[in-house]
Ligand binder design. Structure first.
Ligand SMILES: [Mg+2]
Length: 231
């Protein structure tokens, strides 16, 4: 039972919790090849902070394929097939301090842990199960819920209400991610935003987007937890 003053922590996946060591990108390229017979190098495709739904659209349009829900679904199905096989072959890892941080937050009655990610749910599950962190999260908002990341906070909030009977006010929701898009989508629902420089963006660049808190990484569990409850 969570307390009424609980905070809802919404974690991004890639560059925040883990890196798949390029397994995601390689699986998308392989899917373009096996599904459509097309050579893809991901040039011009926006990956960091983007949703799988939008990435699929960008890939289809880049090759002048019809950007239909059917084509996008077929591409993502194929991507998941390759991701499942590839995930263990790539040199990915859990980001510094993540395991300790998740344990520390889980132990608190005033913390709810969930995901807010551009991954489709099956992709999120493949990645996080491989790195043994999937079970820490009660629910999530995924690219299956909406293609626009800025809409995902609303879904997370509704799912939190369904799981806990708590309608979290925006000031008690904390969105944690590694890109300006994470900051933007947190701000879109009035949530607190925490940026981590473990992904594609250096501290100085994230700072320009004025998150409520900013970390080089999440390794110092005690001070990170303290800060997460104070933003
Ligand atoms: Mg990310």
């Amino acid at each position: 039972m969570k307390t009424d003053a609980a905070r809802l922590f919404l974690f991004d996946i890639d560059g925040t919790l883990i890196t798949s060591g390029g397994a995601g990108e390689a699986s998308l390229c392989e899917a373009m090849q096996s599904k459509f017979g097309l050579q893809e190098d991901m040039r011009g495709i926006h990956l960091p902070g983007n949703t799988d739904a939008r990435i699929a659209s960008e890939l289809l349009r880049k090759h002048a394929l019809p950007d239909t829900p059917e084509n996008a679904a077929a591409l993502l199905d194929e991507y998941l097939f390759h991701l499942e096989r590839r995930i263990s072959a790539h040199d990915g890892r859990v980001m510094p301090g993540i395991i300790n941080l998740l344990h520390a937050l889980e132990a608190r009655p005033d913390a709810v842990l969930a995901l807010l990610t551009g991954n489709v749910e099956r992709g999120a599950r493949i990645k996080l199960s491989h790195y043994r962190v999937w079970h820490h999260f009660e629910f999530g908002a995924f690219a299956d819920d909406h293609g626009d990341r800025n809409e995902l906070g609303h879904f997370a909030r509704r799912k939190a209400l369904a799981h806990h009977g708590i309608d979290f006010p925006p000031e008690r929701i904390v969105v944690i991610g590694d890109t300006p898009r994470d900051i933007e989508c947190g701000r879109a629902i009035g949530a607190k935003t925490v940026a981590i420089a473990t992904g594609h963006f250096p501290l100085s660049e994230l700072e320009r987007h004025s998150p409520d808190a900013l970390f080089e990484n999440l390794a110092d569990t005690e001070s990170v937890v303290e800060r997460l409850f104070a933003v």
